[in-house]
Design a protein around this ligand. Sequence first.
Ligand SMILES: [Zn+2]
Length: 487
Amino acid sequence: MRTIHKYLILFALLAFGTATFAQSGHAEKSRENYQGKKAKYIFLFIGDGMGMAHVNATEGFLADKKNDIGMNRLNMTGLEVHSSMTTYSEDRFITGSAASGTAIATGNKTSTGTISMDSKHKTKFKSIAEKAKENGYKVGILSSVPINHATPAVFYAHEPVRHSYYSIGKQLTTSNFDFFGGGGFKYPEGRENNQENLIELAKENGYKYVSSKRDFRKLDSDDGKIMAVNPRIDGGAMPYAIDMNRQDISLAEFTKKGIEVLDNENGFFMMVEGGKIDWAAHANDAASVVHDVIDFDNAIKHAIDFYNDHPDETLIIVTADHETGGMSVGSRSTKYSSYFSRLKYQKLSLPAFAEILDKKAKSESGLSFETALELTRENFSLGKEDNGLILTTKDFKLLETAFEMEFGDSDKVSHMDKMAMSYVGDHPYAATVVALVNEKSGLSFTSNSHTAMAVPVMVQGVGAELFNTFLDNTDIAKNVEVLLIQR
Ligand SMILES: [Zn+2]
């Protein structure tokens, strides 16, 4: 028996070893044998937390809205080459944005939380954006979350801890990159508000800083180095796409402007992060996920239009740093049926709804359960019989408990009920409303954190064949490096 076990283990090890080799081996071989053209224009789109379920749910939502069964193709899934990639970090199977971003941007694994350095925090890893800049490309970094957040940071900063926002922001101001767009600085004057303002530092380093829609529209390639920030930001982040109004500039508009200001005869490298996809997925807010994926996909459309004008010189890569939420396109309660279009009744994000409730609760009249239900009906159409978003007795009880937990007497709620609601975080009532909408739409989540699922890689253009195999996240930077024009 024992000998058999030993052989089994040996066999498993050999098989695993071969499989590991086969994975990275194909990508490496393709790079070694690559004789094709180099890419003058490189787009790298990172849907933060965007797993295949986030993409499929959005396609299902768009199809269901038109009463179609199946998929309404997004721009990203229409790209030529499709693959998947692993996301794990050096010290954890379930990665974080900093480590995964570092792998994508520099081709090196590192520890969770580290920004483009080795896990011992001794060596700085150069990013493909920095290498592109050295070779004469113009460089643009765009994000819907703070521009000194982990994913954008890995392209221009080197920092042991991702939460050192001020230090990261300071590195942005001296990066000499050509365009920063979308979100602004988180902690622009440091956590204690006692440091020199990063916006001023950026200006001192030659950046033109704009934060109004009018000034944004006027920007062009003669403006030199630019930092363009959405007029409304919260802690540096842009609003969720579902909460945007006419004052706001979408990620797609930032991308279009980025192309305008970066286009030049030496080419450009542009990274666009759909960062709020991740935030919505952490909150298990499916409708907000879908709207942010649509905005992200509209941004990709601008790159495809550019590609169509420069097909022999352009490379478009769309991927994710990890999956968030353990999102699934199906639910226990709806079984084999899908009602994705029910998400269209949701008018705002979970935090925006929570804010409305909190405001009312703090007002003179206070917030009664009846008013909370009224606001729920108004903003989610939850409780309306004709759209299928019917509240059952069980749902009612759940909402009552959540309301009691958040706005009533939390002591009245039983320990068991509290345990059952451990998923809801700071806003039990709003989170329960959103969970009911998800469930009735046929969508579900298994986590409020990241998962270890492999993520999609969708590519088109110069060198796309390098991506046509199962990849590791470090392969993205390694492939781009092969395709960079050396000057
Ligand atoms: Zn992330």
